[in-house]
Ligand binder design. Structure first.
Ligand code: DON
Length: 562
């Protein structure tokens, strides 16, 4: 028989189990949702200490460089979309750049053929990192607390260690298994005595702590000038890389005007080129606005068909027009994001039949699965939507042991072979060819949706080109289908990127009947395990309720609010 004392305990355990399975968390004063709960907590502490959303974002980003080295980084790049408490919105572009010595044929052999993997796996796949410059600019312009206080928590985590988790252990097994010839990654996951790290171990990263200390003490210059820059340039030279001290010294983050759109009374702010995310998102939302969605149920055949057709069109336009804004001065951004353009484009959608993507013109490849997004909201209503990446999981898988961080392989996002566009998905269109100091086209789509001038939804995801589509479907779920954020994040996602002409769908989430119906309309379907890993917050400003949700596909992720 249960004693009266045991009942409350059981009730407590039951409640805890509910909290654990529930992906949503509520808060009143501030919230950070990231792919690593420990890093979300670092951001929350900064908010509790009086920092604003930018301060918390800077601290969270540095912390993720320690706790989530597959994607959190100081050796990569990314984007911030920021809305302040009076509704002013801006973006910070800290995308990597091609080094000065880069050329548009750098990945070709003497016969003009693409050398397989050279743009993704060689040392020349590394772009000039932008993360430290971006975080520094964000803090200088919009932060409140001292810079040092924002870098220190990451130094503490790197120096004193944190619990090595299962995700890291899975990576450790991969990179240390017999036959692996990557000495840097092998050493990365070993303890001082040479044993491979195990779940539950305390993982210390003293070299990374030292690099972060230089950044804490000297700000941006601690990375782009002085000892760290010297070591990067030397390591590059010794290993056949082309990034020099001059490349590092010249790197600047850029503040850019966001891409803006509307959807039924909401305002959407997202990232402009060099990301394609904002343009494609707004184009797709505009296309959806043309349809009478009251009669189209979520997850129905008509829904999947329409969503896929919107994606097909936005991705075709992406391939044709988008690249780095500083190198493509005549991109038709206003046209692509206009209601009139969507009206015309919508006329081409046949609700009974799939369109056909023309593979003789362009195509797109799928990306790998690692990048990370986090969302922050503070008590005054400042919101930060930040996505950054190393491109592949653990990026180039290269770095200097002395510096303790991993470099990106972002050069792989450029079109590698001028003029050559193939049915297999390789693209050669002009806007995104390699050029010295150019930023490669991205799909990262950090987004803030506003209602009455205040942040309503802060959202983003990793996933290469699938990012645009998973963000699109989550925004649509919340705005149009009135889903709670955790439901919208977990709900069915599909992906179509024009070419290949395939709808990928999360298996088990599309019924056999719907699949049959879509196939008979001419769609080709392919199941996939998971699309996206969305980290989002919605804000009911009137009632002061923040709801945070982290995608269950990121097992170490979580919302930290107060
Ligand atoms: O910038 C981009 O669009 C890609 N480099 C992002 C890569 C990515 O998201 C991989 N996986 N999750």
């Amino acid at each position: 028989m249960k004693t009266p004392k045991r009942i409350p305990l059981l009730a407590l355990l039951f409640l805890l189990s509910i909290f654990k399975i529930s992906a949503q968390t509520y808060a009143k004063n501030g919230m950070v949702v990231s792919s690593n709960l420990e890093s979300s907590k670092v951001g929350r502490t900064i908010l509790q200490q009086g920092g604003n959303a930018i301060d918390a974002a800077v601290a969270t980003a540095f912390s993720l460089a320690v706790t989530l080295p597959s994607a959190g980084n100081i050796g990569g790049g990314g984007f911030i979309v920021f809305m302040d408490s009076i509704g002013k919105t801006t973006t910070i572009d800290f995308r990597e750049k091609a080094p000065l010595a880069a050329t548009n044929d750098m990945y070709l052999n003497k016969d003009g053929e693409l050398v397989k993997g050279s743009n993704h796996t060689s040392i020349k796949a590394i772009g000039v990192p932008g993360t430290v410059a971006g975080l520094y600019m964000a803090h200088k312009k919009y932060g409140k607390l001292p810079w040092k206080d924002l870098v220190q928590p990451a130094i503490d985590q790197a120096k004193n260690g944190f619990i090595f988790n299962w995700s890291l252990y899975r990576a450790a097994q991969r990179f240390t298994k017999e036959g692996n010839d990557n000495a840097f990654m092998d050493a990365y996951f070993r303890k001082e005595n040479g044993a491979v790290l195990e779940p539950g171990d305390n993982w210390k990263q003293p070299q990374l702590a030292a690099t972060l200390t230089a950044i804490r003490d000297k700000g941006k210059d601690g990375f782009y000038k002085g000892e760290v820059a010297k070591k990067i340039a030397l390591w590059m030279k010794e290993n056949g890389g082309i990034i020099t001290k001059k490349d590092l010294k010249k790197y600047e983050a850029i503040e850019r005007k966001p891409i803006e759109g509307t959807y039924k009374g909401y305002t959407i702010y997202s990232m402009p080129p060099p990301s394609s995310g904002g343009v494609a998102l707004v184009e797709m939302m505009n296309l959806m606005e043309q349809a009478d969605l009251k009669d189209i149920e979520f997850n129905s055949t008509a829904y999947v068909h329409l969503v896929a057709e919107a994606m097909r069109r936005a991705f075709a336009d992406r391939a044709e027009h988008l690249g780095d804004a500083d190198f493509n001065l005549d991109m038709p951004l206003e046209k692509l994001t206009s209601k009139e353009f969507a009206k015309q484009r919508f006329k081409g959608i046949d609700m009974k039949k799939a369109s056909v993507s023309d593979s003789t013109k362009f195509g797109q490849l799928y990306d790998g699965q690692n990048t990370t997004h986090f969302s922050v909201l503070d008590k005054d209503g400042n919101a930060v939507s930040l996505t950054y990446t190393l491109e592949y999981s653990y990026g180039s898988r290269m770095g200097s042991e002395e510096l303790g961080f991993i470099f990106n392989n972002e050069m792989g996002d450029f079109n590698p072979q001028p003029g050559i566009t193939k049915g297999n998905g390789q693209i050669g269109t002009a806007p995104n060819l390699v050029a010295p100091e150019k930023r490669m086209l991205s799909s990262m789509s950090p987004t803030i949706v506003a209602k009455d001038g205040k942040p309503y939804l802060v959202i983003g995801s990793p996933g290469g080109r699938t990012i645009i589509n998973t963000v699109f479907q989550t925004v649509l779920g919340v705005l149009e289908y009135e889903m709670r954020i955790d439901k919208a994040i977990e709900a069915l996602k599909i992906h179509h990127q024009w070419l290949p002409d395939i709808i990928r769908y999360e298996k088990h989430l599309l019924s056999p009947d719907t699949r049959d119906a879509l196939e008979s309309m001419g769609h080709t379907l392919k199941p996939t395990n998971n699309l996206g890993s969305l980290m989002g917050i919605t804000w009911d400003a009137e009632n002061k309720v923040m709801t945070g949700a982290s995608d269950s596909s990121s097992p170490d992720g979580g919302a930290a609010g107060y």
